[in-house]
Ligand binder design. Structure first.
Ligand code: NOJ
Length: 514
């Protein structure tokens, strides 16, 4: 079941900015189809498409107005079905983005639930019983409905929270419903219908937005885990192959809930930002970073999830700064050697494989705010608008990176020393070695406080691969009895072993068979 996830390497497509084929300044499904061969050639065998459904786009599509209809700007449902077909033709897989926690205020369910007269959707959202009562600990919408009540929100104030019930409803707050009440059960059934709709049409599963936040007043996640177990039962009965990847950040919970994989989040306690996105990132050649807290937290989650090794580490995504905002040149290659040798499926954010920049100083587009700089159009070549669109530049969804030296896929494909080729090479090596793939075990050999290198062992069956990564510009060494026998990959020079000391060149990464 979902075996393909074991060696999946994802490419995240933010559809607005990927490839525009009809000249309206915004990406579309045909653009995705046209670029599938590019993604395949890079080595990725799966894609995740950010929400592409009907929406007022107050949050780039994470505010859905119709779960079963795509946004016309991308094409039609039939076009999306063609994306599925073309993906499968190339032996690839595709995840859609399911946003089960909230809708847009424009969703007909919400419009109905705002009415004073009781109807089918009255309990579809989390409403208090009088407008003056705000739901504790949550933001809310109020004063916009004839219905007397305040409606909880999940993110922006245009994203009312769907009602899956409270884990432990407060008996004094009569408006709080339990998970077993009719309203919450109907919400879950409606969301299962949405999943059924797209799975029947041919998608392979979902990346699930804010998966851990559905049941309210559920601090340990027990209610939400139970809810996702029910979803998994439904999927096992009807779509046993459906793959589920959660944006939750707590694999011990999400995997219990039946998810196959969970994302490492860039917020919360993960220390992910210590690697690439802080003042002194570990992967900077300055060598002033610290990886130890990241590793400690990673191991804690890894142990809790029974070493299933299914914590997915993204190169970046539509919510965080581009990797190339704080790392440059060879630093990016060393960072990818890490990303592509860790357990769990790697996720490459479109354009990160060519080191696309964070575009500074952009005005927010579709609720992007600081995220807008990471969502600029893909740079394909050196033609107009870098080959993204034939529209006049002022009509583009987001302005292109104005840098005249901006990287392009074409130039990098022509240059054997480019980041693109390094990523391609790393993917090939990962695909040829089970120990490096999603389920290969990991143990850390050297990951000391404020120190370099970072060393870990990946294992599957008889295969043992030592990964030695030294982002710092200086040569480093560590004590170990391990004897690297054969070099599978090296960038920036190979390690040297003498009398139980392994010396590692500055700015290098290597994979060695033991
Ligand atoms: C997480 C998504 O990745 C982000 O882009 C969105 O704004 C929030 N969830 C709300 O849905």
């Amino acid at each position: 079941m979902s075996k393909w996830l074991d060696n999946a390497i994802f490419y995240e497509i933010y559809p607005q900015s990927f490839c525009d084929t009809n000249g309206d300044g915004i990406g579309d499904f045909q653009g995705i189809i046209d670029k599938l061969d590019y993604i395949r050639e890079l080595g990725c065998n799966a894609i995740w498409i950010n929400p592409c459904f009907l929406s007022p786009f107050g949050d780039a599509g994470y505010d859905v107005a119709d779960y079963c209809k795509v946004a016309p700007r991308y094409g039609t449902n039939e076009d999306l079905k063609r994306v599925f077909k073309e993906v499968h033709k190339r032996d690839m897989h595709v995840l859609l983005d399911l946003v089960p926690g909230h809708t847009s205020v424009e969703h007909p369910w919400f419009r109905e639930s705002m009415k004073a007269a009781r109807n089918e959707y009255t309990d579809r959202y989390v409403w208090t019983d009088v407008v003056w009562t705000a739901p504790e600990g949550m933001g809310c919408l109020r004063g916009i409905s004839e219905r007397d009540g305040a409606c909880a929100i999940n993110f922006f104030s245009s994203q009312p929270a769907l009602n899956y019930g409270f884990y432990q409803p407060d008996p004094k707050q009569k408006w709080q419903q339990s998970m077993e009440d009719e309203g919450p059960r109907a919400t879950l059934a409606a969301m299962e219908d949405v999943m059924r709709f797209w799975l029947n049409m041919g998608c392979d599963g979902f990346r699930v937005d804010m998966a851990g936040s559905l049941v309210k007043n559920d601090p340990e996640g027990k209610g939400t885990i139970r809810l996702w177990q029910k979803v998994r039962d439904f999927l096992d009965a009807e779509f046993p192959d459906a793959a589920m990847v959660s944006e939750w950040g707590e694999p011990d919970k999400s995997l219990q809930g039946g998810f196959h994989m969970d994302f490492l989040l860039h917020f919360g306690p993960s220390h992910y930002n210590d690697l690439f996105r802080c003042e002194e990132p570990y992967f900077s050649s300055r060598g002033k970073g610290d990886v130890s807290e990241f590793v400690a937290k990673y191991l804690e989650n890894y142990e809790k999830s029974e070493k299933k090794g299914l914590i997915c580490i993204p190169s970046g995504n539509h919510d965080m700064d581009r990797l190339a905002r704080s790392l440059h040149g060879d630093e990016l290659k060393v960072a990818f050697a890490f990303l592509l040798s860790m357990p769990g499926a790697p996720f490459i954010y479109y354009g990160d494989e060519i080191g696309m920049h964070y575009v500074e100083g952009l005005t927010s587009v579709e609720g992007g705010y600081n995220r807008t700089g990471s969502r600029s159009p893909m740079q394909w070549d050196d033609t107009t608008n870098a080959g993204f669109s034939s529209a006049p530049s002022e009509e583009l969804y987001i302005a292109m990176d104005p840098d005249k030296n901006r990287p392009t896929a074409k130039a990098q494909m022509e240059d054997p020393d480019s980041l693109y080729h390094e990523v391609q090479k790393l993917i090939q090596i990962r695909q040829n070695h089970k120990a490096l793939q999603s389920r290969g075990e990991i143990s850390f050999v050297y990951a000391e406080k404020n120190a370099y290198p970072l060393v870990y062992l990946r294992e599957a069956g008889e295969e043992k691969i030592l990964v030695v990564i030294n982002p710092s510009a200086k040569e480093q060494s560590f004590c170990s009895d391990l004897a690297p026998a054969k070099t599978l990959y090296s960038f920036g020079g190979e390690v040297h072993t003498e009398n139980g000391t392994i010396t590692v060149p500055g700015g290098s990464a290597g994979f060695y068979l033991l």
